[in-house]
Design a protein around this ligand. Structure first.
Ligand code: NAD
Length: 427
């Protein structure tokens, strides 16, 4: 069926990640007993916006045009919610797939949002801070009618951060004539950002480690962990693993990786990256390529960089018994089949990295109410939501004899389908 969609004049969604997302979705349609008409609606996003806009380089005479995207997958659940990524290869299909994943993710943890995603096709490492600010402000102006606290609420993703969100919030607020903190999440706390948002995705992911390890009978203390990607998610996931008494034996970023069987000093690596923006030059362990990282002897693998990192080519080499997916769409369906056959316990992205959007939801609620919670309240509520979702998904998986990814999708897709059925067709 997904092949038909892409052949049916809807080729604008074409991208490897969108194909993967449709494959996953179609596998679940039967298991979840989904109504055909609803399944048809959910296969494609409800709204998408493509913009092209110019920005001035620091060299004032140079003006470059770039593409930007914002896709809203489902508008039936409440406002839409999802990150904005800056990357050299971002395209409409990738953003559409990520918006779809956001819909399931929000439904799995029970948040009142549909999924959205956005991006600008630019390599964030090739632009200066002032250039990034100009891109962000112009992009925000281009999509201004598409976003809003009750419409669609962006957040950080790859290549963007709290500062990017601050510029978005400021640009939006300037246009509407008053301060509107609830238009984005992941802002600095001084602007109405939530404490504990920066570390929420990595920490939320690792909060599922004790339950996962207990389920397969593996001790957490001393477990060897490999982390692919050392940005926001990878760093805080590695730090949480380090603090739980695991040995983080390898970390990597786009510049390459570092391996030390005795375990790496994660706080020191984080300080290095905060100073230099890269792991390159961090003196510890042995250098290792990103390709070799996946074949390392370890107990837990955390993909926290890009989509499609674990493929049918490298899945066979993976020795980890647990994979905690921090990145969105890190595992192709070919790889997923191999990992399932090998009995690897995969905590899927839509469940594992939902901590980010959960704390974003807390931030949005706090901004709307102008009433801010303590870190203890936020961390406690995050843990409660993550562990409830994990236990519900695990019991669906056990009851139906299906893997965790399928079980999570069944839970998420079912909830969205039920909401759509209850609302009916307009007019
Ligand atoms: P980030 O930009 O902070 O970090 C990305 C990291 O991946 C960097 O260390 C970068 O060097 C590395 N990387 C990029 N390309 C690579 C490659 N080809 N090989 C190895 N490493 C590479 O981004 P982030 O916010 O940490 O997001 C990482 C992933 O997690 C993305 O897939 C994102 O969609 C997902 N995610 C992020 C959040 C969040 O709250 N930030 C929430 C949910 C999911």
């Amino acid at each position: 069926m997904h092949e038909d969609i892409l052949a049916d004049g809807l080729r604008e969604w074409e991208s490897p990640l969108y194909r993967e997302s449709l494959k996953q979705f179609d596998r679940v349609v039967d298991v979840a007993g989904l109504d055909d008409n609803i399944a048809e609606r959910l296969r494609v996003p409800q709204r998408a916006l493509i913009v092209s806009f110019p920005f001035r380089h620091d060299d004032y005479s140079e003006v470059q045009s770039v593409y930007g995207y914002r896709v809203q997958h489902v508008l039936s659940m409440g406002p839409t919610k999802g990150g904005i990524r800056y990357a050299a290869d971002v395209n409409l299909g990738e953003v559409a797939a990520l918006a779809m994943l956001m819909t399931w993710k929000c439904a799995i943890v029970g948040l009142p949002f549909g999924g959205a995603k956005g991006g600008v096709r630019i390599d964030p490492l090739t632009i200066s801070r002032p250039e990034k600010q100009r891109i962000t402000r112009r992009f925000t102006s281009e999509i201004i009618n598409f976003i809003g606290p009750n419409k669609d609420i962006p957040a950080p993703d790859m290549g963007t951060d709290g500062q990017t969100m601050a510029w978005m919030m400021d640009t939006y607020s300037q246009q509407v004539g008053h301060s509107e903190p609830a238009v984005v999440t992941g802002k600095p706390p001084e602007l109405g950002g939530s404490v504990a948002r920066i570390e929420a995705t990595g920490r939320g992911l690792l909060s599922l480690l004790p339950g996962s390890a207990a389920h397969i009978g593996m001790p957490v203390e001393g477990a060897r962990v490999v982390v692919h990607g050392f940005g926001n998610v990878g760093q805080y996931a590695a730090l949480a693993a380090f603090e739980m008494g695991c040995k983080v034996v390898a970390i990597s970023d786009v510049s390459g990786g570092i391996y030390d069987q005795a375990g790496l000093d994660i706080p020191a690596a984080m300080q290095w990256v905060a100073r230099t923006r890269s792991l390159e030059g961090f003196e510890a362990g042995e250098p290792i390529t990103n390709a070799d990282l996946f074949g390392l002897d370890c107990d837990i693998l955390i993909p926290a960089a890009i989509g499609g990192a674990i493929t049918a080519e490298n899945a066979g080499d993976i020795t980890a018994r647990i994979i905690l997916e921090g990145a969105n769409g890190p595992t192709t369906s070919g790889a997923d089949d191999i990992l399932r056959d090998k009995g690897v316990f995969v905590v899927p992205d839509i469940l594992g990295n939902a901590g980010g959007v959960t704390v974003s939801y807390f931030e949005w609620v706090q901004d709307l109410q102008n009433y801010f919670w303590s870190e203890t309240e936020i961390v406690g509520r995050l843990r409660e939501i993550m562990s409830r979702a994990f236990n519900e998904v695990l019991s669906i998986s056990i009851d139906r004899g299906i893997d965790l990814r399928t079980a999570a999708l069944v839970k998420g897709i079912r909830r969205v389908a039920d909401a759509k059925l209850a609302r009916g067709v307009f007019p």
